[in-house]
Design a protein around this ligand. Structure first.
Ligand code: ADP
Length: 433
């Protein structure tokens, strides 16, 4: 750069020198030097004009060769040309990345929708048009909740709790079941992924129906067998002594089967039937009192001390029978898995997030590695301990389902050999005045 400027300066100096010599010869030095400078200025103006013309008529995407020039102007033209070429290469590179991203998302079977901070559609791929019915162009900048009007979607979208996906029917094809998963990013923007889970949904329904039907079909035969075994054992005087033990074992096992079938039917009902819209106003204190008094009767022989500690005037909205079953499952477990003369406490208190109902025992406790799996169906920490106590391995699965239907969740704390604490967190919107 310095070289060009130096040679330009040299040119100017030579021009002035020649003009001065010429001026001296003809005796008008000032005039000739002035004219030479005006000529130089005119040439500068002309180059500026060419630069302006070139820049003004530059196409958006392609490059046009710069005007021919030497010296400092040649250097300026080349410099600008180089900058333009670099910028064009960067733009082309970004464009090709964008094209590839768009092509690959267009090929996806999953709908991808970008939503701005106002909840309006920014961009979506082809699958969003087939699964959700979004129309190219027309629906740009439309509010997503105006286009997807299902109330559950509205609640999910506005609730901003996206840890779990949402399943609803497709707004345009009623036989499709769609799963929505939303991720927040940037400044309040949302990325929504929607996939067709109809096949999985059908298989799940078949599984649920199968379990429901089998349990239903087994209920009557088991009740009959159990009934006869009970009658036989009630009249054990008329039974040959060598049959008493087998009969007792048969009775014990048939009772276990009856319990399993009962719990499977409960689970199947919880999975297939939504919580009714008309829900009970539950007086938490009287519910806990009832559960406690039932546990005291059932576990009379274990001499536990049951304690109830609860704030007054707590009312919940929900299904009283389901919550009774959930809390009694927890309390019965506490009584079952605590050795005789244990201390079992039932508490209810308001928390920042809503209401906490706790069941605390000082019994066997549970080793840490089992805790995350306790609510799985048929998961037992210790098979022999559980069958001894008549457990089915379904109790905590029922508790989890019931709580989920009430917007609540279950937390389990336990120390092996010391005891356990099961906490049900009910959200504020479940509380009634
Ligand atoms: P079960 O019918 O076998 O009791 P649950 O689903 O109710 O099935 O419980 C699963 C397992 O969790 C039980 O088998 C038991 O080992 C363990 N468990 C549940 N509650 C307690 C508790 N309060 N103390 C110790 N172990 C417990």
């Amino acid at each position: 750069m310095l070289r060009e400027w130096r040679s330009e300066l040299n040119r100017l100096l030579i021009l002035i020198a020649i003009a001065a010599v010429l001026g001296l010869i003809i005796g008008k030095i000032t005039l000739v030097v002035m004219m030479a400078l005006i000529g130089y200025l005119a040439q500068m103006m002309f180059q500026l004009y060419r630069l302006n013309q070139w820049l003004e008529h530059l196409p958006d995407t392609e490059l046009r060769d710069p005007p021919e020039a030497t010296g400092v102007w040649g250097w300026i033209f080349d410099g600008i040309y180089r900058l333009q070429r670099r910028e064009r290469d960067a733009v082309n590179h970004l464009k090709s990345i964008l094209d590839k991203a768009q092509e690959s998302s267009a090929a996806l079977e999953m709908a991808v929708v970008m939503i701005n901070h106002r909840g309006n559609l920014e961009w979506w791929n082809k699958a969003a048009e087939t699964l959700l019915g979004f129309r190219n162009g027309q629906d740009q900048q439309q509010g997503v909740t105006n286009l997807l009007r299902e109330p559950r979607f509205f609640e999910y979208f506005e609730g901003r709790k996206y840890a779990e996906p949402l399943r609803i029917q497709s707004p345009i094809k009623k036989n499709l079941i769609l799963e929505f998963q939303i991720t927040l990013f940037g400044e309040g923007e949302r990325l929504m992924l929607v996939r067709d889970v109809s096949q999985m949904h059908r298989l799940e329904s078949m599984r649920k129906d199968f379990v429901g039907n089998v349990s239903h079909e087994l209920r009557t035969p088991i009740t009959v067998i159990n009934g006869y075994l009970e009658t036989l054992l009630d009249h054990r005087d008329g039974v040959a002594p060598r049959w008493i033990k087998p009969l007792e074992q048969m009775h014990q096992q048939s009772q276990r089967m009856e319990n399993i079938v009962r719990d499977l039917l409960t689970l199947s009902r919880l999975e297939t039937k939504a919580l009714s819209k008309e829900q009970d106003r539950i007086d938490v204190n009287s519910l806990l009192r009832e559960v406690k008094s039932e546990a005291e009767q059932v576990f009379e022989n274990k001499s536990h001390s049951f304690e109830l500690e609860s704030e007054p005037n707590l009312y919940l909205k929900g299904s009283i029978s389901e919550l009774y079953s959930a809390i009694s499952n927890l309390l019965f477990n506490a009584a079952k898995y605590t050795p005789e003369s244990g201390k079992i406490k039932l508490t209810a208190r308001l928390s920042e997030k809503g209401l906490d109902v706790e069941v605390i025992d000082n019994g066997a406790g549970i080793a840490e590695q089992h805790i995350p799996r306790l609510t799985e169906r048929f998961y037992r920490v210790d098979e022999s301990r559980s069958t001894d106590t008549g457990g089915t391995g379904l109790g905590l699965a029922i508790v989890k389902h019931v709580l989920a239907r009430h917007g609540a969740d279950l937390e389990i704390y336990s120390v092996l050999g010391k005891g356990s604490r099961f906490v049900c967190h009910f959200p504020k919107d479940r509380l009634l005045d």
